[in-house]
Design a binder for this molecule. Structure first.
Ligand SMILES: NC(=O)c1ccc[n+]([C@@H]2O[C@H](COP(=O)([O-])OP(=O)(O)OC[C@H]3O[C@@H](n4cnc5c(N)ncnc54)[C@H](OP(=O)(O)O)[C@@H]3O)[C@@H](O)[C@H]2O)c1
Length: 277
């Protein structure tokens, strides 16, 4: 819930897809009253209007080729959430109508602070890297707050990304590593859930039962972890009696050299991110 004493500024979200809509939902839930958004298609615009019932103004590019220019024209905050390949064109399109003093937050992977500065000179720019649990307000977002921002703008940026869940402030050179850990992280988690569910099925459980057993084990374990009363090591120790069955299973998992595997997986994501720039 927002602790703002002043209203959220007029905000334009360019590209109300998965992440853009998560941001819109977060802003509206935190009390933002004046949010406009763009998307490419009329179909997406209809869906957005039906999902956001508190007066979200959605302008699709399909109907209004100048949609992005329209919504930023009176915006104090602009969130750029189109796919990275569209960011240069979208920023070039809006640069001359962006009001003086408007701040730009980009969630686009691989688009650097200096690229943002070049595209919208004279404006405060922020880079943020959320992850998909942001869709339910439980994401973790890495945010880069360049030194040239004033304190009020930094505070605003922190408040905006906090509507998506937890916030971690990072230096820009850490963003690829953050993306490898938390940006892509939900995929690793779901992969593990899929594999354990498949293995449970091979033990003879039907699909709904296997899913229930695995998914509720993850969710319940995550809630215990979130309570913060014990470390992951301690929680694991509580299940792993010396000489017991869990110990046998954990020993088998450890033959997979997980620490090494995790590091190699992170490195692969980081190297790919560097090749994309
Ligand atoms: N998804 C993630 O896990 C994640 C995590 C971190 C960062 N991000 C970043 O978030 C951004 C969006 O990713 P996403 O997964 O949300 O993609 P997405 O669901 O495809 O959303 C992109 C949206 O942009 C709209 N769009 C396309 N061209 C446009 C234009 N010229 N003007 C305005 N809107 C336009 C699309 O409209 P239509 O729907 O009508 O085609 C779509 O709704 C990317 O830059 C990505 O790097 C995503």
């Amino acid at each position: 819930m927002s602790t703002r004493t002043t209203p959220f500024p007029r905000t334009a979200v360019l590209g109300a897809g998965s992440m853009g809509f998560a941001i819109i939902q977060g802003l509206l839930a935190a009390g933002a009253a004046e949010v406009s958004a763009t998307c490419a298609s009329s179909q997406r615009a209809e869906l957005l209007r039906s999902r956001a019932d508190n007066g979200l103004n959605v302008v699709p590019v399909e109907e209004h080729p100048d949609a992005n220019r329209r919504v930023v024209a009176d915006a104090e905050l602009v969130v750029v959430a189109v796919k990275p390949k569209y960011v240069p064109a979208v920023l070039a399109d809006i640069a001359d109508v962006l009001p003086a003093g408007a701040t730009v937050i980009s969630v686009a992977a691989g688009i650097t602070v200096s690229q943002l500065h070049e595209a919208v000179p004279g404006h405060g720019v922020i880079r943020a890297m959320p992850n998909t649990p942001a869709l339910v307000g439980r994401g973790v977002t890495g945010v880069v707050l360049p030194d040239d921002l004033d304190e009020a703008t930094k505070r605003l940026a922190r408040e905006v990304v906090a509507t998506l869940g937890a916030v971690v402030e990072i230096r820009e050179e850490q963003i690829d590593a953050l993306s490898a850990v938390s940006g892509s992280g939900p995929a690793y988690f779901y992969l593990f859930v899929e594999q354990l569910t498949e293995a449970a099925r091979r033990l003879g459980f039907d699909e709904p039962t296997a899913r229930r057993l695995v998914e509720d084990t993850f969710i319940g374990s995550a809630v215990l972890l979130e309570k913060g009363e014990a470390s992951p090591q301690e929680l694991r120790r509580q299940v792993t009696s010396p000489g017991g069955t869990t110990m046998e299973a954990v020993a088998v998992f450890e033959t997979g050299a997980w620490a090494d595997l995790a590091e190699r997986a992170y490195q692969a994501a980081i190297e790919k991110a560097r090749r994309l720039v």
